[in-house]
Design a protein around this ligand. Structure first.
Ligand code: ZN
Length: 212
């Protein structure tokens, strides 16, 4: 009888240890996946131009269960995305070098867009950070600010994908003119990445980054 009780006890301990190890394994695996995702996505987001970032956010928010649409490039009244889940949300997207903080005007514009589109919520989403003034105004008029770490959390909430890389490499950035000669700039693909070069090359040798 004693042996039987000892056997049951051993079995229960074994199950408990096994379950704990399994749980630990799952936690570690999730963390590893999230790290891999951030490693994969944020550097590409930082390299995007504004248009590519809008498209990336559209994909991200679609994964998160919103139904986003990118607004027309001109006359968007301060909204880059309009999306609907339980409520209508207008979003302004700001892809900045993360040493440049997003200023007050982004909050003012998206607040205007909220009224224009009769939305319930207004958000500004950036891969960077906000100025103190922008935060103060946003708090006063109920605009939601999503900064770099919040964006990373949203990315972590979806399964690892490499859409940032795909979007950066395949979506054509917004057209721009050469600041040297005024001709159209064209996208070049090199092993090191994509960049803009002047269409009048070789008479003009101007180049610039996609995320300039
Ligand atoms: Zn040029």
């Amino acid at each position: 009888m004693d042996n039987f009780i000892i056997s049951i006890g051993c079995f229960l301990v074994f199950v408990l240890v096994f379950k704990s190890l399994l749980f630990l394994y799952q936690v570690l695996r999730t963390r590893k996946q999230q790290k891999a995702l951030l490693k994969a996505d944020m550097p590409y987001i930082d390299k995007m131009d504004g248009r590519q970032f809008e498209i990336y956010l559209q994909v991200l928010f679609r994964h998160l269960g919103y139904h986003p649409e990118v607004t027309k490039q001109s006359g968007d009244f301060g909204a880059d995305l309009i999306m609907e889940r339980d409520e209508k949300i207008v979003v302004q997207a700001k892809r900045y070098g993360y040493k440049n903080r997003v200023s007050l005007s982004a909050v003012q514009e998206v607040y205007g867009a909220k009224a224009y589109y009769r939305a319930n919520q207004a958000w500004v989403v950036t891969n960077s950070y906000f100025t103190k003034q922008a935060k103060e105004l946003a708090a006063a008029c109920g605009v939601k600010l999503v900064e770099r770490e919040d964006l990373q959390e949203l990315i972590c909430a979806i399964n690892p994908t490499f859409e940032a890389k795909e979007i950066y490499e395949n979506v054509t950035p917004e057209a721009r003119k050469c600041p040297t000669c005024g001709k159209q700039l064209v996208v070049h693909q090199e092993k090191e990445g994509r960049f803009f070069g002047c269409s009048s090359f070789p008479s003009c040798r101007h180049t610039e980054k996609i995320n300039k």
